[in-house]
Write a protein that binds this ligand. Sequence first.
Ligand SMILES: Nc1ncnc2c1ncn2[C@@H]1O[C@H](COP(=O)(O)OP(=O)(O)O)[C@@H](O)[C@H]1O
Ligand SMILES: [Mg+2]
Length: 311
Amino acid sequence: MNAITATGLRRSYGDHVVLKGVDLNVQRGTVFSLLGANGAGKTTTVKILSTLIRADGGSASVAGHDVASDPDAVRAAIGVTGQFSAVDNLLTGRENLKLMADLHHLGRVEGRRKVELLLEQFDIVDAADKSAASYSGGMRRRLDLAMTLVGSPQVIFLDEPTTGLDPRSRRAMWDIVRRLVADGVTIFLTTQYLEEADELADRIAVLDHGKIVAEGTADELKRRIPGGHVLLQFNDPRHLEAATRVVRNATRDGEALALRVPNDGSVCSLKALLDRLDEHAVLVDSLSTHTPDLDDVFLALTGNPDKVAQP
Ligand SMILES: Nc1ncnc2c1ncn2[C@@H]1O[C@H](COP(=O)(O)OP(=O)(O)O)[C@@H](O)[C@H]1O
Ligand SMILES: [Mg+2]
């Protein structure tokens, strides 16, 4: 059964059409990543699926409940951590978690057990009795997510959970996501970072101009674009000319004295290329191999280099 299904979701703000018919299918117990640039409509999608706003058209169900006709049942089954944190700065980490336990009517004993477990799991024990105002960005995100988990949600929406975090905090968050999935939770993760989707997601959907422009596993998406290449760099234009004559299907960049040759980067095909150049006494100054990654996919699909976020 699918944890999330959406068909033809549409949504505008005034004249501004943000979603133009978005279809999504997320299998239970998997990580699904919605990848898109700033302003692509990721948060809008999350808000619709988590019943915070209504779609103008289309339908969606989450954890088996329709978001429009049964929002309370959806809310009871999900957790959401967004760009705006639910952490209360005036409270300590432990008090924030305790408050959530009370809101979920966990009872004194079960509530305490859950709070201590989450403090432990999310590495907040040492700072548990300090005010949340003193927490670092990474710690605040962890507390925010821990608070979401007090209610034991089946489906968790993580809206750009690592944007603005340093690399170490980002890795810590990735480990937490992996543990959650191992426990059978379904994760809907939005990100601007290709690397993050590549690391975590079972399936990735690319959102661009209000439409899903591609969907699949990271490997499937990578296969959709042209293969890798080797970049040969020359010191002498005459050698570049010679290389252009002896290597097939190469693209020449006269200004940079470089030749781009389609190549899968394997030792065998590199050796064949170098042997051929050697036979014709072509002198290569340097060589670099390039395997396609999700950045290439994103570029190929959206056609806009400015949109690629750098972690
Ligand atoms: N409440 C709102 N009122 C008007 N425009 C909005 C509102 N929320 C979002 N938008 C616009 O909708 C577009 C998509 O926003 P959003 O879903 O937040 O994108 P993302 O999360 O991918 O960065 C943006 O152009 C944004 O400015
Ligand atoms: Mg957003």
